[in-house]
Design a protein around this ligand. Structure first.
Ligand code: SAH
Length: 337
């Protein structure tokens, strides 16, 4: 709930306004997920609140720490026994958390582990937010950057994601700046069009992974509905409206999308737009049969883009030893396990 929603709920229960403020502070500032811990409320009030509300938060079920780079992967348990994963990464500029937006995913990209388990349900705004609080409280740190690149497709859970963005940005809550947030989508055009109108200063990342429909439809079923050219048109309109540079993610699969021709076609299609291309060495997902391109291939691909005047970087992979890298998130826990 936003503060005003919480306030009207409290007023409907004839509770004084300052009580709503206290509960808001416990949840939004401190990330406290149980009424029992709200020690400035009377016992009677805590019981009443427990009868009326549930706090949909994340409980740490399991935590894995990478021996390579200290990346932390969390398995969080939700109020209904479902599980999601989040990944905490340490950079020079601070801590970045990769959060999930759904339990599972409907998109079924050929290379991604999350799709394998199918779709279970959307996360509500509170469950997305709570991933940050849970990581902060566990590590005793402040998260400064958020990427919506965990399990799920944010545009397939649009309203909850927008509500989350407003909550995390609230200056009486975590007060995290929109410029420190990246939202990644597989390319759901109506979502991109809607987001453009929200006028948020976040970074939109688009998982492109191929310069044409032939290759992209093989990798990403969503492309059969929203093809490459139509998608790039929507992205250009987004960049024009928001004046924000779009980040295009391009996972590199050996012999599939990593040829010189692909690089040239990509450079051509992104000509004249505010774009940054982020090449991702693909991570192995056993079921897919797809393999990463070689480092030499990735270098050559980046060089072609650069020579054509495109802005390009290669993503550093973190947490490879704990299955925490891009596309490896998948809750192997099930309700009855
Ligand atoms: N659904 C959103 C966000 C989650 S995936 C999206 O599609 O953008 C976050 C990023 O990881 C996406 O760019 C996705 O395509 C990429 N990814 C998924 N599986 C991967 C893999 N095996 N190797 C490298 N990147 C992968």
């Amino acid at each position: 709930m936003s503060f005003s929603e919480l306030s009207s709920e409290f007023s409907a229960l004839s509770l004084p306004a300052f009580r709503a403020k206290q509960v808001w502070q416990w949840i939004q500032e401190k990330g406290v997920m149980s009424f029992d811990l709200m020690t400035n409320l009377s016992k009677d009030l805590r019981e009443k609140l427990k009868d009326e509300f549930i706090i949909c938060g994340c409980e740490v079920e399991k935590k894995s720490v990478s021996a390579l780079d200290s990346t932390v992967k969390y398995l969080f348990k939700l109020y209904d026994g479902e599980f999601i994963e989040s990944v905490l990464m340490k950079y020079k500029y601070g801590y970045s958390l990769c959060v999930s937006t759904q339990v599972g995913c409907r998109m079924n990209c050929a290379f991604c582990a999350t799709g394998v388990g199918g779709f279970v349900r959307n996360l509500n705004a509170s469950e997305i937010l709570s991933q940050i609080h849970a990581a902060q409280n566990d590590m005793n740190i402040r998260v400064s950057h958020i990427v919506l690149m965990g399990m799920g497709e944010p545009m397939d859970n649009y309203d909850n994601v927008i509500k989350f963005l407003k909550l995390v940005n609230d200056d009486t809550g975590l007060n995290l700046g929109m410029r420190n947030i990246s939202l990644s989508t597989c390319g759901i055009i109506p979502g991109i069009e809607k987001l453009a109108k929200e006028d948020l200063q976040l970074t939109l990342s688009v998982s492109l992974h191929a310069p044409n429909d032939e290759i992209r439809s093989r990798l990403m079923p969503v492309n059969r509905k929203y093809g490459v050219d139509e998608l790039l048109k929507a992205c250009k309109a987004y960049a024009d409206r928001t004046s924000r540079r779009i980040s295009y993610e391009y996972a590199m699969f050996g012999g599939v999308n990593d040829t010189d021709e692909c690089a040239k076609e990509l450079a051509e299609k992104l000509k004249g737009t505010l774009a940054h291309i982020n090449l991702i060495p693909a991570n192995d997902v056993t079921e897919s049969g797809l393999k990463s391109s070689t480092p030499e291939r990735i270098k050559r691909f980046a060089q072609i883009l650069e020579n054509s005047g495109r802005n390009v970087t290669v993503r550093r992979s973190l947490g490879g030893d704990i299955d925490a890298s891009c596309g490896q998130l998948r809750s192997k826990h099930t309700k009855n396990a």
